[in-house]
Design a binder for this molecule. Sequence first.
Ligand code: HEC
Length: 93
Amino acid sequence: MINTVFYLKTKPLKAETSTLNSSSNLICLKCHKGDYSLQNLIKKLHITTGEELFKVLRKGPKAGLHKLRTDEQIRQAIKYLNLPFKKEQKDAP
Ligand code: HEC
């Protein structure tokens, strides 16, 4: 009984949400590790903006591998990599 209480108290409280609130659950990182880390790839491909990352993943030679990646996932990767968007959003105030 005491053990059970102890267990409950030490169990980390982790909210299971579908929205990404930490970079550690970025889907890209499941495949992109080590030499193939996103940081290494964007450096190698000279990707410096969000648009360029979208273009590579949608129209590049490896687009087929990323067909299942949603725009939202790519946007999260862009945020994770701190890439800026070149064009300002047109409908921004
Ligand atoms: C299911 C595994 C998987 C996931 C998930 C995945 N990738 Fe990839 N990605 C690959 C593979 C495999 C390659 C090809 C690596 C190679 O051989 O050069 C690749 C290549 C790339 C490249 C290089 C493209 C090129 O033209 O050379 C970039 C950039 C990239 N991925 C970004 C991403 C981003 C951003 C995400 C998340 C939105 C993502 N990937 C998710 C497997 C994955």
